[in-house]
Design a protein around this ligand. Structure first.
Ligand SMILES: Nc1ncnc2c1ncn2[C@@H]1O[C@H](COP(=O)(O)OP(=O)(O)OP(=O)(O)O)[C@@H](O)[C@H]1O
Ligand SMILES: [Mg+2]
Length: 421
């Protein structure tokens, strides 16, 4: 027999390339989350969003958990975690079936989704999400909920997201070695979108780009569903490395310089209070004076590269019409001065920086305020994971005791299909 998982304390871990962040909250009757603990520790075991050194990752996770647990005054057992990295791929696929009784039932929907997911996937990849986009019945297009409709031919278009099996396993293993069990693995841009997008943006159509330290994760929402996703292997750390190499300075100083004076949109130069700054050279070679405008010259091409890759993706898949409300940037990389201005110019649409925001609680008019501490693009993924943890527990998902944790997580992923129908 399965065991019912239900808990009023929920926890999430954002295992990022630059930081590991643990959030613990009490879940209230309306699915709101009241933060009771936060722990953060630098992350040294990841490259480009992927765990490459388990022991360093475990060490960072343990420290962040301890901090959060001490603050919350409670221990955590299960967590929701995110997944990202260059190994994440996505594709759209179609399936067609004949409707058995001329009235579409859930079984027809399951069969057509099964048909749509029958695409060749490399051996080392596993399907993480199958997100139905729309159905077509006898030529009638863009149906969102097909159950109960009349017809003989049912077609489905689905968005399939795949990821390397080994990467998911390493995340689960790192958490287990740090003393917690993984109940869900969520694609990071889905989590970030939960935290920063409004329901109306998701309905009308919007793009979200989470620029972290190692990857920039993109997704488009339309009619409340994911229409397209893409992980770009370029993000904040590349900007820092460019400065370190270009100016011949240590990484730590480049990072500080980027945050304090870096900009990627020329007009932002006028907002700087300094034309020149003094920095320490590598290997103790003394002090060097740097013109702050030179930061723009080094950082701007990298920002252009990220946005150009995305423009290419938008053109290739003809996505612009699906983003009438524009684009939301989030993740620590979006804090770099001028990112939103440059993106607006590149995409020719409204662009803003999104942070986790207050929201109306489920089935209620009560506004859920979030602590000011979390109102930064750096916490979008973590907070989204926490919301996901709170919402999912509502389902009282039944797990089979005999399944391995990996099977459980993948079973859980498969069950996400129904969240989107
Ligand atoms: N004020 C700032 N100005 C410019 N860049 C910043 C600022 N604050 C943070 N960053 C950059 O944001 C990046 C980290 O962002 P974030 O915390 O979202 O990444 P992560 O979740 O650890 O990584 P990933 O999601 O790619 O695995 C770093 O490259 C950091 O330099
Ligand atoms: Mg991140």
């Amino acid at each position: 027999m399965g065991k019912k998982i239900f808990s009023d304390v929920v926890a999430a871990i954002d295992i990022g390339t630059t930081k590991i962040c643990v959030l613990i909250a009490n879940r209230d009757a309306y699915g709101g989350v009241d933060l009771i603990g936060i722990g953060q520790n630098p992350s040294y075991g990841l490259k480009k969003g992927v765990v490459v050194d388990i022991s360093k990752t475990v060490d960072s996770i343990k420290k962040a958990i301890k901090q959060a647990e001490d603050m919350a005054g409670t221990k955590i057992e299960t967590v929701t975690v995110g997944i990202s990295g260059g190994h994440i791929h996505s594709l759209n696929s179609k399936g067609v079936v004949a409707v058995r009784d001329k009235n579409v039932c859930q079984n027809d929907v399951d069969r057509v989704i099964d048909a749509a997911k029958a695409v060749p996937i490399p051996q080392d990849q596993e399907i993480l999400h199958i997100l139905p986009q729309y159905f077509k019945i006898d030529g009638q297009d863009y149906i969102l909920d097909s159950v109960g409709m009349h017809g003989v031919r049912l077609e489905a278009q689905v968005h399939i997201i795949t990821g390397a099996v080994s990467s998911a396993q390493n995340i689960i293993k790192s958490c287990e070695l740090a003393g917690v069990k993984v109940s869900d693995i969520v694609l990071e841009q889905i989590a970030s979108a939960d935290a920063v997008l409004t329901p109306s943006q998701r309905e009308l159509g919007v793009g979200i780009l989470d620029i972290g330290g190692g990857t920039a994760d993109f997704a488009i929402y339309r009619d409340g569903r994911i229409l397209h996703s893409k992980v770009l292997p370029i993000a904040g750390n590349h900007f820092t490395n460019d400065l370190a190499i270009g100016l011949s300075i240590p990484i730590s100083i480049a990072e500080e310089l980027k945050k304090l004076y870096g900009f990627v949109w020329e007009d932002k130069y006028l907002e700087l209070d300094k034309d020149k700054v003094e920095v320490e050279l590598k290997y103790g070679q003394g002090i060097k004076e740097i013109e702050t405008y030179s930061l723009f010259e080094i950082l701007n091409p990298r920002a252009e590269e990220i946005f150009d890759l995305l423009v290419q993706e938008i053109i290739t898949y003809r996505l612009k019409t699906f983003m009438p409300t524009g684009m939301v940037l989030t993740g620590g990389g979006s804090l770099l001065s001028g990112m939103a201005d440059l993106a607006k110019n590149k995409f020719g649409m409204p662009v803003r920086v999104g942070v986790p925001h207050s929201y109306k609680k489920k089935d209620s008019e009560i506004l859920h305020n979030i602590p000011d501490l979390l109102k930064s693009p750096i916490y979008s993924t973590g907070y989204g994971l926490l919301l996901y943890a709170a919402g999912q527990n509502d389902l009282e998902f039944t797990l089979d005791k005999n399944d391995s944790m990996f099977t459980k997580v993948f079973k859980r992923m498969k069950s996400w299909i129904y969240d989107f129908i």
